[in-house]
Design a protein. Structure first.
Length: 369
């Protein structure tokens, strides 16, 4: 990931892919033009790198010139194209190929056509390395296209964001979600996870996704995924990870404007942790931290027996059941501690003390992410 001014960009098209696309265009154009000597016209500023690499790949004699137009402000194309340097040589009777870095709305291309309207060239062909079909609003034919890309802002290989990024040899795409704080919250039964999740959710504007709640919601509302999950549970089988991930994905998508998520009760296995990473990656995001509340076993037992007296939860009443749940927690989560530690994302937080003390400790971790 890179940052230019205030925005983050992620790797999108490698230098190798660009090179291959350029080679293809050079070959196609050379085949079509034959033995005539073409004039390649680059549109500055963006196309300087395209032109430079293109003509090195062009296998036959050619001429090169530039015109300079300007249209972009920040990350938006504007209608108002300025002509900064026009044609400086007579191209009457010549075969002209426009070399563009990118065609977006086509406004710049319209200006190019206006410039050539009164030039009596033999033929005018348009070649562009990148093309955003969803953004294109004109009817001008594009004769050679290197790579079609979605309608998202890119930088690198001549393309800039407010002046920066032109010198990068590969292409980066803007990150949709600029800042997210995604936490995996862990803690043995009785550690105060629920209480702290409530607090973190409000303080950091996060969405709390408790896998248990998500399951109950989907089953109760008989969603397609809920029914699918239930069909496994009814057979006494484990619900496949993909079903759980699909439910979480739906939850994440429901909250697409969120500042981040607290995942609670998921992942439980390495495979699930990897699936969660993939899900977040598809949203241009990632897990920032696994935060685990650490509480001594004896204190947990004491707390849970106390809670059992008032909550009436059967599993909170019996000491051996409690100890078993705690043991199971450590058996199961040890793998995940390793998974996130390996990425330097594991944060153990002392979960003994007043609720306020613990929230201060948690905030200390999150504020530093
Ligand atoms: P159009 O006039 O909307 O077709 O846009 C063409 C010009 O806008 C290009 O020559 C670039 O200078 C700029 N542009 C369009 N899309 C992008 C982008 O994704 N990144 C950087 N510049 C862009
Ligand atoms: Mg340009």
């Amino acid at each position: 990931m890179i940052k230019l001014h205030d925005k983050y960009f992620k790797p999108f098209i490698s230098a190798k892919e660009i090179d291959a696309a350029m080679q293809r265009m050079a070959n196609d154009i050379a085949d079509d033009i034959g033995d005539e000597i073409p004039v390649f016209v680059g549109i500055l500023n963006g196309s300087f790198m395209v032109v430079s690499d293109f003509v090195k790949k062009y296998p036959k004699p050619c001429e090169v010139t530039f015109i300079k137009l300007a249209s972009y402000e920040g990350v938006k194309s504007t209608e108002d194209i300025q002509r900064l340097i026009g044609l400086t040589q007579d191209l009457t009777g010549r075969t002209v190929v426009i070399l563009e870095d990118i065609i977006d709305t086509g406004n710049t291309l319209a200006e190019v056509h206006r410039i050539f309207k009164n030039e009596e060239v033999k033929s005018l062909k348009i070649a562009t390395l990148f093309y955003k079909p969803e953004a294109y609003k004109k009817d001008f034919k594009l004769h050679y296209i290197g790579i079609e890309i979605p309608n998202k802002f890119i930088v690198g290989y001549g393309l800039d964001y407010n002046g920066l990024g032109r010198n990068i040899p590969e292409v980066y795409q803007i990150k949709e979600t600029q800042f997210m704080t995604n936490l995996v919250l862990f803690g043995p039964p009785g550690a105060g996870k629920g209480t702290q999740a409530e607090f973190l959710k409000d303080k950091y504007n996060l969405v709390h996704i408790s896998t248990g709640d998500v399951f109950r919601f989907n089953i109760k509302n008989e969603t397609a995924l809920g029914m699918l999950a239930k069909s496994y549970m009814d057979k006494g089988a484990l619900v496949p990870d993909q079903v759980t991930i699909d439910m979480l994905n739906a939850e994440v998508e429901k909250n697409s404007g969120a500042k981040g998520f607290i995942f609670d009760g998921f992942p439980r296995t390495n495979a699930q942790a990897e699936a969660l990473d993939k899900l977040l990656e598809s949203k241009d995001s990632s897990i920032n931290a696994m935060v685990a509340l650490e509480v001594d076993d004896e204190i947990l037992v004491e707390r849970l027996i106390g809670r059992g007296k008032t909550s009436g939860r059967a599993d909170d009443a019996d000491e051996s059941i409690i100890r078993n749940r705690i043991k199971e927690y450590y058996d199961k989560t040890a793998i995940l501690k390793d998974y996130y530690s390996a990425q330097n994302k594991y944060y153990g937080v002392d979960g003994v003390g007043s609720i306020e003390d613990i929230t201060v400790r948690l905030s200390g971790v999150i504020d530093k992410l």
